[in-house]
Write a protein that binds this ligand. Sequence first.
Ligand code: BGC
Length: 549
Amino acid sequence: MTPFRPAPSWLADAVFYQIYPQSFADSDGDGIGDFAGITGRLDHLAWLGVNTVWLNPCFASPFRDAGYDVSDYLSVAPRYGTDDDLARLVDEARRRGIRVLLDLVAGHTSDEHPWFTASADDPEDHRYIWTDTHTGSGTDAPPPAGFVASPGARPGAYLPNFFDSQPALNFGYARTDPAEPWRQAPDAPGPLANRAALREIMDHWLGLGLAGFRVDMAASLVKDDAGKTETRKLWTELRHWLDAAHPEAALLAEWGDPAVSVPAGFHTDFFLQFGGPTEGRPLRSLWNNRQGTDNDGWDPVDCFFDPGGKGSPSTFVDAWREAVAVIGDGGGHVALPTANHDFARLNCGPRTAEQLPAAFAFQLTWPTLPAIYYGDEIGMRFIPGLPDTEGSVLGPRYNRAGSRTPMQWDDGPNAGFSAVSTPDSLYLPLDPSPDRPTVAAQRADESSLLHLVRRLIALRRATPELGAAGSVDVLHSGYPFVYVRGGRYLVVVNPRATPATCTADAPDTPDTTHARALEGSGVAVDGRTITAQGFAYGVFDLTPQEPSV
Ligand code: BGC
């Protein structure tokens, strides 16, 4: 098997920042964020120190799933501006050392995409998965489970990939079955045409200076694919193409199983707080406290970053170790998001702003690639009880809108997000709390979360031992969680409300006599005894300092 090219070297130093474009900054006063708004805030992102931004889909769309229902992959949605506005954003970002990635919705389109409207009228078209033999009406058999009746002249039904308005692109089935003639092989002409289309879409945007893609529902492409064998082959083929055509580009999977997705060809995969291989073992989440975005299918496990202190970092650490053992050195990375547009923010439920310094101290010193979800760096809250907006509601206890509210920049009208005169026209309501955090207030206060996140990013970027490649030795896996990076930097986090103490006495524990705090609050290192107050965190340099003369 031809090996992949090594991941582009910039990736190991990436500090990702996810921008939900609807909600970041509105430059034209229509209540919805846009490219020019983001461009206007790039100085702030450069000040913060993030170097890689990824944007949720910003393509033409009827927005029944907030843009994950693409109706034209090659044009931007007018609500965000023009192609030139995006080009300017990418250029201005590059001038500040920031790369921009887009979101590739690979598994489905909108039902308003011309590919689909044509396919719904043409029984010979195989871009989507159609059961032409079942019309679902009259004396005909109903469509098979999960299929949706054709909206066009074509009889039969199509397979959606997420909402009904998102028909699955046909990448074939791993298992064919004569009784189900719609199951085409992955190398049938329809599926091959879709693979070619993915290459064309990537080629188009990478040619314009974009640095790569976050790939939506990357595991969903080939259907009935036990072990994801055929889906993995598909991504391996695309990665080989990318290696040759765009060797500096990166692919980030929304797969949630880096042990599978990275060997298949992704440069990195988000270690999601949901999904992934949870069967038979507890959810490996650090911060899923089942508030705001909750799903009946999730195991009732206490997460580690909880004030009650009933969790353990071990489920995460064990799953992370398994993944890196499979990926191997230099093969790719695991990315760790604080949250995302589908999942509750860090500041949600019983986890309050007080706990976030410990969460960031962990995220920015662990050997995963950190991804900060916009607003988490100031501790924006998950807002419950919002209206269903562009498909945000996924269940009775699952409304993604709470994580998608406008960025809180300052104390001006609409928190500086938009000049719109009627707050009802905002994409989503703002956090109504009078004490909601803002960028302006936190920039003016050096003791704020924002300043801490900035310093931790700077420390990580200046210290190879704290980055993706540095070693990690866990000294205590519990409360407090204690580990050493690169044999030199001691990190202590105690996300629970009550103090915690441990003795680091494993035979290979490094000498902590000279521990010098680089960042922290509430942690004392006394010989091998480490004491952390509630919500404390600390990053220490263990090397003796040269005496000053
Ligand atoms: C995205 C969601 C989206 C879904 C369908 C995902 O996992 O992150 O926001 O609704 O795919 O595209």
